[in-house]
Design a binder for this molecule. Structure first.
Ligand SMILES: [Zn+2]
Length: 68
C-alpha cells in the first residue's frame, strides 16, 4: 500500500488491539457459565481483535480494521 502521509510504498505495520468484540465475547462466555478462565480466551485470540495499521516509516495511523 502507499502511505498517505509520506507517499512511500510500504507494508503496513500491524498492531492488534482489544476491540469491543473481544469484550463482548468474554462477557458472553461468562454469562454462559464458562468462567473457569475461559472468559479470558478471546483476549488471546488475535482474530477477534481490532487491527491498527501503521506506516513503518513515519508512524502514521493509516486505518483500523474493526471487527464490529
Ligand atoms: Zn508513512
Amino acid at each position: 500500500t502507499i502511505c498517505p502521509s509520506c507517499r512511500q510504498p510500504i507494508t503496513t505495520e500491524i498492531v492488534y488491539r482489544m476491540g469491543r468484540l473481544t469484550f463482548l465475547l468474554s462477557a458472553a462466555m461468562c454469562c454462559v457459565g464458562c468462567n473457569m478462565g475461559c472468559c479470558l480466551i478471546p483476549f488471546f485470540m488475535k482474530r477477534f481483535k481490532d487491527v491498527d495499521h501503521y506506516c513503518p516509516c513515519c508512524r502514521f495511523h493509516i486505518y483500523r480494521y474493526n471487527r464490529l
